[in-house]
Design a protein around this ligand. Structure first.
Ligand code: NAP
Length: 285
């Protein structure tokens, strides 16, 4: 099953890989990380989400981007995988803080180019809006980086509809990446997912199986377990199939630190939920 990222004029496999768990505190060793990428690519995956701050702290910036770059080189598939990264956040002593100043965005982007070993980033996402910096200034710098050929497309993350609309007045935005899963349906309720659909913006649900900390809760949810049994799949595959069925412009990016997890997530494309299943799942969030 394919998805078209219309703003990029690109067709990708309907489930991407969120590479974040490969670089945070519980990260696996590099050999196992490579097996995660291999499982994803062997299963047909071709869209990887990373960020410069998927790392331990400011001394470790770029860990995940360098890991992705090395893995794709080792697996010999750099040319056919789309890598999306992000800038606009820092990790002082391991905390997560925004920094949307244009000079910081530029420096982060230039470092990401080096860490990814590329001269143009396919999709560069503003990781989060910095409330101290006018969004127009931050997005204006992204537009300049795009005009200079350092980034091909611009995305946003952790935004509301009004912020997307403000950014669209400054630059072409092709994607929005927000927290969204069957137990956290905020962006369906507030209309942002529909707004993205109308504007031709791909909606990328992050934390699609409950998040780095919440995925166990989702995996043990009684309704998800019941539907998993009925469809002979995992609760996580049910959660991902629900997202896929909610719109053609949704591209979930489940994370994984084990190859088994991403292999299982890729099976979601063949889970056919009924209208009754969908109604029951819609009522959860
Ligand atoms: N833009 C943002 O602010 C933001 C924030 C958070 C995440 N993200 C992005 O979104 C991606 C996904 O979010 P996430 O990794 O936080 O949360 P997630 O995808 O909801 O959950 C990730 C965890 O769930 C487990 N899991 C995933 N699929 C599974 C399956 N089919 N069966 C069993 N367990 C499964 C994995 O466990 P194992 O580790 O045991 O494999 C993984 O560590 C991230 O990797 C990152 O790229 C972006």
């Amino acid at each position: 099953m394919k998805r078209v990222i219309s703003g990029m004029n690109l067709s990708v496999y309907a489930i991407g890989l969120g590479a974040m768990p490969l670089s945070l505190e519980r990260r696996p060793d590099e050999a196992r990380a490579l097996e995660v990428f291999r499982a994803f690519i062997d299963g047909g995956g071709d869209f990887i989400d990373t960020a410069n701050v998927y790392c331990l702290d400011n001394d470790d910036i770029g860990h995940n981007e360098r890991l992705v770059a090395r893995a794709l080189t080792t697996l010999g598939c750099r040319d056919r995988i789309t890598v999306a990264t992000k800038g606009g956040v820092t990790r002082p002593r391991g905390a997560w803080e925004t920094d949307g100043r244009p000079a910081f965005i530029r420096a982060s982007c230039e470092r990401s180019l080096r860490d990814l070993g590329t001269d143009c980033i396919a999709l560069y996402q503003l990781h989060a809006v910095d409330p101290r910096v006018p969004l127009e200034d931050t997005v204006g710098e992204l537009a300049r980086l795009q005009a200079e050929g350092k980034i091909r497309h611009i995305g946003l993350s952790n935004v509301r509809a009004a912020q997307l609309e403000a950014a669209l007045r400054v630059a072409r935005i092709v994607s929005v990446q927000n927290r969204c899963n069957v137990l956290e349906q905020r962006d369906f309720r507030n209309g942002l997912v529909d707004v993205c659909g109308r504007l031709g913006v791909t909606y990328i649900p992050h934390s699609p199986v409950g998040g780095y900390f919440g995925h166990r809760q989702l995996g043990s949810h009684p309704l998800l377990r019941k539907l998993a049994q009925a469809h002979d799949c995992s609760p996580q595959a049910v959660a991902l199939a629900w997202l896929l069925a909610r719109g053609d412009h949704l591209l979930p990016i489940p994370g994984a630190s084990r190859p088994e997890s991403i292999r299982d997530s890729l099976t979601a494309v063949s889970v056919a939920l009924t209208a009754e299943d969908m109604r029951a799942l819609d009522a959860l969030g």
